[in-house]
Ligand binder design. Structure first.
Ligand SMILES: *Cc1c(COP(=O)(O)O)cnc(C)c1O
Length: 224
C-alpha cells in the first residue's frame, strides 16, 4: 500500500517536472492510472488519495470492478477511460461504464457508438481515435493516412465528441518519432489531446506534447 502511494507521488512529481521544463502550447499532462488486473481494494487506495483518472483495457473486467467502485465513490467525480480494444457487441456496455473511450478505431465501432449514444442521450461522453502510428499489421488503430477522413466523419456525421488521438508505438523501437507523429497529426486536426506514453516512456511522450499519459506498472507494480 505504501509502495503504491510512493510510486504514485514519484510519477506525479516526474510529470510535473517534465511539464515545467517545457514551453507548452498544450494543457498540462494528466495522469491516467492504469488499474487493469488490479483488484478494487488496491484501486481504492489511489481513490482515497484523491486520484480521479483511471484506465482499464477490458470492458468486462471494468464492469466487475468499476460498477461498485463508482457507486461507492460517487461523490469523487471519477473519470474512467477505456484504453483497450472495443468489440462492437460491447459498445453499449462500454458506454454505461466508461466516461472516455480512447480506442475508436474503425467504422463499425463508431457507428455502434453513435447508435447507442442516440439512445442514451443523457450521457456526456468523450472519445479518442486510436491511430496505428507504426503501421503495424496486427495492431489496432486507424491507419495514419486515413485518420483525418475518419476523424471528420466521426465528428461531423456521427457527432461523436472526439477530443484527441491515442497511440501505442511499436515495441522495441525508440518511441519519440511516433510520439512526434501523433502530436503533429493532432495539431493538423486541431485536437488538443494526445494520449501517449506508458510507464517506460511517459517522459518522452510529455516532451513531445502528450496531454494524457497512461501509467500502470509504474504505479501498481508488475502484473501477472
Ligand atoms: C496496460 C496499458 C498501459 C499501461 O502500461 P504500463 O507499461 O503498465 O504502464 C497503457 N496503455 C495501454 C493501452 C495499456 O494496455
Amino acid at each position: 500500500m505504501n509502495k503504491i502511494l510512493s510510486n504514485y507521488d514519484e510519477i506525479l512529481k516526474q510529470i510535473r517536472f517534465c511539464n515545467g521544463n517545457l514551453d507548452r502550447k498544450y494543457c498540462e499532462t494528466k495522469l491516467i492510472a492504469v488499474s487493469k488486473q488490479f483488484p478494487k481494494e488496491i484501486i481504492q487506495i489511489l481513490i482515497n488519495k484523491g486520484h480521479k483518472l483511471f484506465g482499464e483495457n477490458k470492458v468486462q473486467e471494468a464492469q466487475l470492478k468499476w460498477m461498485d467502485l463508482k457507486r461507492e465513490n460517487s461523490e469523487k467525480k471519477i473519470e474512467l477511460h477505456l484504453i483497450g480494444p472495443l468489440q462492437s457487441n460491447k459498445a453499449s456496455l462500454a458506454l454505461d461504464i466508461f466516461d472516455v473511450i480512447q480506442t475508436v478505431d474503425r467504422e463499425k465501432i463508431a457507428l455502434k457508438l453513435n447508435k447507442y449514444l442516440g439512445e442514451k442521450t443523457d450521457l456526456k461522453k468523450k472519445f479518442f481515435i486510436q491511430v496505428n502510428i507504426g503501421g503495424e499489421k496486427q495492431k489496432s488503430g486507424i491507419e495514419e493516412n486515413l485518420a483525418q477522413q475518419f476523424f471528420k466523419w466521426c465528428s461531423n456525421d456521427l457527432k461523436l465528441n472526439i477530443i484527441g488521438l491515442m497511440c501505442i508505438p511499436p515495441l522495441g523501437e525508440p518511441p519519440a518519432p511516433f510520439f512526434k507523429k501523433l502530436r503533429n497529426l493532432c495539431d493538423q486536426l486541431n485536437l488538443m489531446h494526445a494520449s501517449m506514453g506508458m510507464s517506460n516512456d511517459f517522459e518522452s511522450a510529455i516532451e513531445h506534447g502528450a496531454t494524457f499519459v497512461r501509467v500502470g506498472t509504474g504505479i501498481f507494480g508488475e502484473r501477472n
